[in-house]
Design a protein around this ligand. Structure first.
Ligand SMILES: *[C@@H]1O[C@H](CO)[C@@H](O)[C@H](O)[C@H]1NC(C)=O
Ligand SMILES: *[C@@H]1O[C@H](CO)[C@@H](O)[C@H](O)[C@H]1NC(C)=O
Ligand SMILES: CC(=O)N[C@H]1CO[C@H](CO)[C@@H](O)[C@@H]1O
Length: 356
């Protein structure tokens, strides 16, 4: 009898392990290969060789790029160098990047580890740049004022809060007001691989303002990119390991209510919204195993998806660019400006292409 019980328990444990493993492989999209989709006239951006995790293009064509992210467990080609913020003018024929000087004496540049970024332009045309930072594996949000003449960023403030525990990406709705995704995996100097394996969906979205801070959505299996519609009425959230993009309605009191979600066959990372058309551009990882467990012989692929008419019953989803990693490894973000597409990656290069 005892033997039978033991056998049953062993059987149950094995079934559980099998279930977790197959769900893990599904969440990681472990068996996906890409079919290439090419774009004309692609050039690597000079000066970017160790990542351009997030980028944001201003209406005048100036692009901010966060570079040099060190994420626990994820590849970095320059593990000992601090991160930086780059500037690029997309109006140039062959745009190059320059590093923005950080001025003000409150930010420790040696431990600067920038991740998601977002800008806010106020009524006087002052541009604020908000940057998710991970000094010593903690999470803060740094507020800067962009000084275009001096090509510098004036550091104004460091924002910390217990509901900003493991921030991935932010979208600003004011100079000091933003929504932030907390991915759960950037809290400690090690990668929480067991928790990632189990898929506990502990990731959430916080609304932050100096007056009130609240969780506005939760239960995500790795909430990643976040962005907002041009009219400011809808917030888009990418749930990386569930392969979903969620549309939330934003209310006057800043709360969010779920409206709909779309499913994909790829891990959706950062979302950028075309201010002209309202289309969503998403940087994706077709196969999560390759991005979380780097192998230079079998590098992670890149994939960019465009979603048109997301609010209608029948949105159009197009794979605009796909490449197996022999050219561009691990795309995280893509954004358009005047018929050209700029694609950023976690730790690799950035690519600038013409759209057909
Ligand atoms: C915020 O506004 C929404 C929509 O009007 C409402 O349903 C919700 O109860 C409000 N939440 C709070 C905390 O007041
Ligand atoms: C990736 O694509 C390139 C160019 O299309 C091709 O030469 C190469 O064999 C591919 N690699 C793999 C592993 O499929
Ligand atoms: C290119 C681009 O717009 N990327 C987005 C990535 O996420 C941040 C934070 O939400 C957005 O502000 C960026 O727009």
């Amino acid at each position: 009898m005892a033997k039978l019980l033991l056998l049953t328990l062993v059987g149950l444990a094995l079934a559980l392990v099998r279930d977790y493993r197959s769900s893990y492989q599904k969440r990681m999209n472990a068996f996906r290969e890409v079919t290439p989709v090419e774009l004309p006239n692609c050039h690597f951006v000079k000066g970017i060789d160790s990542g351009a995790e997030d980028l944001e293009i201003l209406p005048n064509g100036l692009a901010f790029i966060s570079a040099g992210l060190k994420y626990p467990g994820i590849k970095s080609f320059e593990p000992d160098k601090p991160g930086k913020i780059l500037l690029m003018d997309l109006n140039d024929d062959n745009p190059a990047v320059s590093e923005l000087n950080i001025v003000g004496n409150k930010l420790d540049s040696a431990s600067f580890n920038p991740h998601g970024i977002s800008t806010f332009t106020d009524a006087d045309n002052t541009v604020y740049l908000l940057v998710v930072n991970h000094p010593d594996f903690k999470s803060t949000v740094e507020l800067f004022k962009f000084q275009e003449e001096e090509k510098s960023l004036l550091h104004l403030k460091t924002i910390r809060h217990k509901l900003l525990s493991s921030v991935n990406d932010i979208v600003a709705v004011g100079p000091e007001h933003f929504y932030a995704t907390n991915d759960h995996y950037f809290a400690e100097p090690y990668f929480r691989s067991w928790e990632l394996y189990l898929g506990l969906a502990w990731s959430y979205v916080t609304y932050y303002s100096p007056e009130a801070v609240q969780v506005v959505a939760d239960g995500f299996d790795f909430a990643n990119g976040i962005s907002i519609s041009p009219d400011g009425k809808y917030v888009y959230i990418a749930e990386l390991l569930a392969h979903k993009i969620h549309v939330y309605e934003k209310h006057a009191n800043w709360s969010l209510t779920p409206l709909k979600s779309l499913d994909f066959d790829t891990l959706v990372d950062n979302i950028s919204v075309d201010p002209v058309t309202g289309d969503l551009w998403v940087g994706c990882h077709p196969n999560g195993m390759k991005i979380f467990f780097y192998d230079s012989e079998n590098p992670p692929a890149s994939e960019v998806i465009r979603i048109q008419n997301i609010l209608t019953e029948d949105p159009t989803v197009t794979v605009v660019y796909a490449e197996n990693g022999s050219a561009l490894q691990g795309s995280t973000v893509a954004s358009v400006y005047k018929g050209k597409l700029l694609i950023g990656t976690v730790f690799h290069k950035a690519l600038h292409c013409e759209l057909q």
